[in-house]
Design a binder for this molecule. Structure first.
Ligand SMILES: Nc1ncnc2c1ncn2[C@@H]1O[C@H](COP(=O)(O)OP(=O)(O)OP(=O)(O)O)[C@@H](O)[C@H]1O
Ligand SMILES: Nc1nc2c(ncn2[C@@H]2O[C@H](COP(=O)(O)O)[C@@H](O)[C@H]2O)c(=O)[nH]1
Length: 192
């Protein structure tokens, strides 16, 4: 069944980098049958990231050309890298799903809210800076990535007041359940 971009609901996972957005979003994506809309980026893949899974990795030239052709629904420049989600990927997601999700920063969340209005549900997930640092160090994440995460902390954390739902991710299973309950308050349990 084709829902179309005009009727689909978009879940916008936003928050402080490293707080657990990806872990929670993908877990619930699997459980609830939600379609992930993958971003395009010009940054280098990190260890364990493959093309078409975490991101579509692309060159600056390709990204700029696609942007000039008006292919992106939104773009952001973060730490000298471009990120964006293509309108065609959003349309493809809603061709056979009524609910899809994205994982973006605050400017991306604002853009989806502007485009989808009440059909955009912003789920803000955060943890305190010290906790993020400890979790990332425990996972042997590089110093460069850690400082990239923490440099944007203040800018991102202040966005929580504008979001429909806010979660502090202390205990993973409990937070995942809270996010699930919030999602199910907007959509039926079977979505695809
Ligand atoms: N409640 C939790 N307790 C301990 N570790 C957690 C918890 N939630 C997530 N983590 C771990 O924290 C790390 C960061 O999580 P994740 O990659 O999901 O964050 P993120 O917010 O999506 O970050 P980004 O998108 O900026 O990379 C992962 O190693 C994940 O397993
Ligand atoms: N506005 C957008 N933000 C995006 C997009 N894709 C990812 N992101 C956010 O960028 C930062 C950095 O991500 P990282 O993977 O390089 O650490 C993070 O907050 C992402 O959620 C996008 O298409 N648009």
């Amino acid at each position: 069944m084709s829902i179309g971009i005009e009727q689909g609901t978009i879940l916008v996972f936003v928050g402080t980098s490293g707080a657990g957005r990806k872990t929670i979003a993908h877990q619930l994506g699997k459980e609830l049958g939600l379609q992930y809309i993958i971003s395009h980026t010009t940054r280098e893949p990190r260890p364990h990231e493959s093309n078409g899974q975490a991101y579509y990795f692309t060159t600056r030239r390709e990204f700029i050309d696609a942007d000039i052709r008006g292919e992106f629904i939104q773009t952001a420049e973060i730490d000298n890298h471009f990120y964006g989600i293509k309108r065609s990927d959003v349309e493809a997601a809603f061709a056979n799903h009524s609910v899809a999700y994205v994982i973006v920063n605050r400017s991306g969340a604002n853009k989806f809210k502007y485009e989808f209005k009440d059909r955009a549900i912003r789920l803000f997930i955060y943890a305190n800076k010290q906790l993020i640092l400890e979790r990332l160090e425990a996972r042997n994440v590089s110093d460069e990535v850690i400082s990239h995460y923490l440099n944007h902390y203040i800018e991102e954390v202040s966005y929580r007041k504008e979001c429909e739902h806010v979660f502090e991710n202390l205990e993973l299973a409990a937070t995942t359940q809270q996010v699930k309950d919030a999602i199910l308050s907007h959509i039926p349990a079977t979505t695809s």
